[in-house]
Design a protein around this ligand. Structure first.
Ligand code: HEC
Ligand code: HEC
Length: 210
């Protein structure tokens, strides 16, 4: 019994480590491949609201790598209700292999992300602060993210993108596909936001982070 438990635990930890592992990328090679991405995310990676493309500059490389792989595998961007994710998926598929994904993540994370994002969502940041209490355990008190908890940086993401993702998680458009280990951890957290107003409020609060 004890042995079975130990083996099970080792397997779970092993899978966790394998999912966490990422190869170091070559930012110079990533930069060359970025030309196709610039069309939507901008030459500086700051995103483009008119094209629904979020800011990606300065995001953590392990998170970028995970999302690019998720798109490639159809863990993200394959749900017919996910019209924006479906636009992104073929772009991730242009990255031929794991090395190309790592190179891209290295380049995008190295892009400077100084400019604050515009605010477009009308929400009550004060009310959002109260809802954010639970979020900070994983994403940090000022949205900096936490690699040990697999939680990405939220600071600098556009508020309209945050709102869309929270709605996607709630609706099960993101975070339900088998293999989406980390999206499944986030989904119940989005469920704590009772309605659209609560979602707007928390996005407005995150927008106050520098
Ligand atoms: C046709 C426009 C378009 C192009 C070209 C494009 N993207 Fe995207 N990308 C999007 C959209 C739209 C989203 C948001 C999807 C959503 O809302 O779920 C997105 C999302 C992403 C995300 C997820 C961000 C997050 O915070 O989770 C990453 C990473 C990304 N793109 C990287 C890239 C890279 C790298 C390339 C080039 C290989 C690229 N994109 C090319 C439109 C595009
Ligand atoms: C238990 C830890 C945990 C808590 C608590 C948590 N999150 Fe997350 N969150 C995650 C993880 C892990 C991901 C990455 C999911 C993935 O890889 O697709 C994530 C992803 C996100 C994303 C998507 C980011 C992007 O670039 O697409 C947003 C937005 C977000 N969380 C907001 C929140 C908010 C708001 C709260 C509080 C209501 C919250 N999170 C609470 C773990 C958590």
């Amino acid at each position: 019994m004890k042995i079975i438990f130990a083996v099970g635990l080792t397997l779970i930890l092993g899978i966790g480590l394998a999912l966490n592992a990422y190869a170091a990328g070559d930012a110079t090679k990533g930069k060359a491949a970025y030309a196709v991405c610039a069309a939507c995310h901008g030459a500086n990676g700051m995103g483009n609201k008119a094209l629904n493309a979020p800011r990606i500059a300065g995001q953590e490389p392990w998170y970028l790598e995970r999302q690019l792989n998720n798109y490639k595998k159809g863990i993200r961007g394959a749900n017919p209700k996910d019209s924006y994710g479906m636009q992104m998926r073929p772009m991730a598929l242009t990255l031929a292999n794991d090395q190309a994904v790592s190179d891209m993540a290295a380049y995008v994370s190295s892009m400077p992300a100084s400019k604050p994002s515009e605010s477009t969502v009308k929400g009550d940041a004060k009310a959002g602060k109260a809802s954010y209490m639970i979020c900070q355990t994983c994403h940090g008190p000022t949205g900096g993210g936490n690699k040990a908890l697999n939680s990405p940086r939220l600071t600098g993401l556009q508020d309209w993108y945050i709102v869309r993702q929270l709605k996607n998680f709630k609706a099960g458009i993101r975070g339900t596909k088998s293999g989406d280990v980390f999206g499944m951890q986030m989904r119940p957290m989005a469920m704590t936001l009772a309605n659209d107003e609560a979602i707007n409020n928390v996005a407005a609060y995150i927008a106050t982070f520098k």
